[in-house]
Every structure is written in structure tokens, then in C-alpha cells.
Design a protein. Structure first.
Length: 371
């Protein structure tokens, strides 16, 4: 019989899995979630997580139910919640009668506090093991696996990478979307100007210049993945080839993944979309500023970093660096990411084209615009 944390758990029939909060973090956790289901094939597994990240697992057999923390009035990962929201969560937890709770450390603070107070049967990956792995030079995915091995007792293959398997109806949606937007059968470039912090956003003029250079090379049309429509429209206004751009906005995350899977290449800032694109088999290039590509780069992805060293970049733990926490650059008037030139990205793509692009990209021009 397989074991978890060195113990047998034949009694587990009703488990609560506290999913990692962000989209990228949850993508990195996918191998562990799949292995957990293989270990507990007959148990009912409820996934507790944040919107929209939990959309990744919607309809997946790895979990039987998805519950959103925002439904309890818990707004973000650090939200300890009100007395009322914690009591509502405590009542829900008691009513469900879970015989095992996994990873409360990675739950929203208010939910985690309730779990630690009222539950005893817990397996937890914690943070110390993954931070120790990062300090030894492991990337983010390897650190997550190390923490899961220690905290859950799962033997995860070091070579396993996150994979999101799309369903036929999701692939059909993508085909229909592309037909309706006049780019069916075209070689697509995916880009996204969004990021969770302005300090993580490459200037839109630079990203647009890079996209224009790629569109005169081996690619025909551009899918712009954005949040609010005005955000995408602002980006498109910087394009020379704006008529070849199509906006992707306000879609379920799995539909976004289906459209990403149709791209030949995806370029964006350090966001969950980079990990999502990689998980559906698309070559990715990420532009990194104050966050560490050694931690957050998806497997096989290309990282483009500032020419100047950022003293505030964290290398030994997950989480935002001090500048993002304070919402301002602590060394310059702008952000280190603004020092990355368009030519830096294009050079990185040319250098790796024969090794990782799908298919190899003929990057046109030097595109030396930008800083």
C-alpha cells in the first residue's frame, strides 16, 4: 500500500486540499495534485483555493469539488478575515467532517488559522523545506516537489513537469474562437501586457515593438491576453500591425489555456499565464524585473532579465520582493524591468530558436527599440 508521510492512510475518505493561491503556483503544484489522486483513488477530495486559479481544476477528476475562499469573504492570501468570516469557515469545516486536511500553510490566512485551531489530522508541505531547496539553487518547481515529498510523503519524479490536459470541448472552443476572429490556421503569437504589480510590467511600448518584429518574421497573427479590455486596447494602440491583433479577455481560465495552446510562442511578464502556456506545451519567454527567474521561470522557458542587478530580488524564498511589497522601486525612479531593451528579448529568442521554439522562429530584425 502506498504511504503518505511514512504512514498508511487507508481510512482517508474525505480530504480537504488547500491549493496554492496564485495561478502560477497552482500550475507548479499540478504534479503533486495528480499524484495525490493516484494515492487516494476512492477518497473524496475537495480543493480549497482562490478565484480564478481554481478554474484550472474545474471538471478535472483530480478533485471532486472546488470551493472558493472568496465565498467566505476572504479577499486575498494575507487576509486574516473578520470574526464572522472565520466563524462561517469554521462551521463549513465542521459540517464537512474531513478526515484529512492537506497544506493549511498555503491556505488564505483566515482559513489557515481556523484549520490549525480546529483540525488535528493534517499533512503540510510548509515553507521551510521549499525555502531550503531554493537556497541550494533549486528552481520553484523543484522546491515545491521537495516540500511535498517531505510534508505529504509523496515520491514525485524529479523530471515530471506540470501538464494541463485540455478537453475536446475546450479545443473546439479555441477552434471556433479563431474562426470567428479571422485567424484560423494562422501561426499565432500570444502576448500579455499584464502583471500583478506595475514593477513587474515591461513597458507596453517595448512589448508591442517586440511583437511587431515577430509578426514580420515567422508569425501571422497576435492574440493579446489581457484582463480589462481597455488594458489590451492600450497595448494594441502601440502596435504597427494592430489589425493583426485579437483581444482575449473575460474568459474562463481553461478556455484561455485552450487558446494559448494554439500559439507558436507566448511572451509575457512574470505571471501565471507563462506557467499556463508552458503547461499546455507552448514555448514561453518571460520578461523578469525584480522577481527571480530562477524561482518563477516555467520548465524550459526562456527568461529575459535586466542588464542591471536588482539588490532586492529574492532568491531564497517565494513571495514578493521588498519593492513590490512597498509598491515602489527602492533603487531607481522607475523599475529595473524598464532597462530591458526590445533587442534583449529578440536576441534571446534567436539564440534559443533551434532549441526550444515550436517550430524554430525566424526572428526578423534587431528591433532595438526600447531603453
Amino acid at each position: 500500500m502506498k504511504t503518505m508521510a511514512g504512514k498508511q492512510f487507508p481510512h482517508v475518505r474525505n480530504a480537504l486540499l488547500c491549493l496554492r493561491y496564485g495561478i502560477g503556483d497552482l500550475v507548479m503544484e499540478l504534479p503533486a495534485v495528480h499524484e495525490l489522486r493516484a494515492l487516494l483513488p476512492k477518497a473524496r477530495i475537495t480543493g480549497l483555493g482562490a478565484r480564478p486559479a481554481i478554474e484550472l481544476l474545474a471538471g478535472e477528476p483530480v478533485v471532486d469539488e472546488l470551493v472558493c475562499v472568496q465565498d467566505f469573504g476572504l479577499r486575498d492570501w494575507a487576509d486574516h478575515g473578520s470574526e464572522g468570516s472565520r466563524e462561517a469557515f469554521a462551521q463549513w469545516l465542521a459540517a464537512r467532517g474531513f478526515d484529512l486536511v492537506i497544506d493549511p500553510t498555503h491556505a488564505v490566512s483566515g482559513a489557515a488559522a481556523v484549520i490549525w485551531q480546529h483540525h488535528r489530522a493534517i499533512l503540510d508541505a510548509g515553507e521551510s523545506i521549499q525555502n531550503e531547496a531554493l537556497a541550494k539553487g533549486a528552481d520553484g518547481l523543484a522546491a515545491v516537489k521537495a516540500a511535498v515529498r517531505e510534508g505529504w510523503g509523496l515520491a514525485l519524479d524529479e523530471a515530471t513537469v506540470p501538464v494541463l490536459r485540455l478537453r475536446p470541448e475546450e479545443r473546439t472552443f479555441a477552434e471556433t474562437f479563431l474562426e470567428e476572429h479571422g485567424c484560423a490556421g494562422q501561426r499565432l503569437l500570444g502576448v500579455s501586457p499584464v502583471a500583478s504589480s506595475p514593477l513587474k510590467r515591461w513597458p507596453v511600448a517595448c512589448l508591442a515593438a517586440a511583437a511587431d518584429s515577430l509578426l514580420v518574421g515567422a508569425l501571422d497573427a497576435l492574440l493579446v491576453f489581457c484582463g480589462p479590455l481597455e488594458e489590451g486596447s492600450q497595448f494594441i494602440s502601440h502596435l504597427r500591425h494592430r489589425r493583426r491583433a485579437r483581444l482575449v479577455s473575460d474568459l474562463h481560465l481553461r478556455r484561455v489555456a485552450a487558446l494559448l495552446a494554439r500559439c507558436r510562442l507566448f511572451v509575457g511578464n512574470d505571471t501565471g499565464l507563462l506557467h499556463l502556456a508552458a503547461a499546455v506545451g507552448v514555448p514561453v519567454a518571460g520578461v523578469y524585473g525584480p522577481t527571480s527567474p530562477a524561482i518563477y521561470r516555467p520548465p524550459g522557458g526562456k527568461a529575459v532579465v535586466p542588464r542591471v542587478w536588482c539588490p532586492h530580488r529574492k532568491a531564497g524564498s517565494f513571495g514578493p520582493p521588498a519593492c513590490i511589497a512597498q509598491d515602489r522601486c527602492l533603487t531607481e525612479a522607475g523599475s529595473c524591468i524598464a532597462t530591458i531593451a526590445v533587442g534583449d528579448l529578440l536576441a534571446a529568442l534567436r539564440e534559443g530558436a533551434g532549441r526550444w521554439a515550436r517550430p524554430a522562429l525566424a526572428v526578423a530584425g534587431s528591433g532595438e527599440g526600447g531603453p
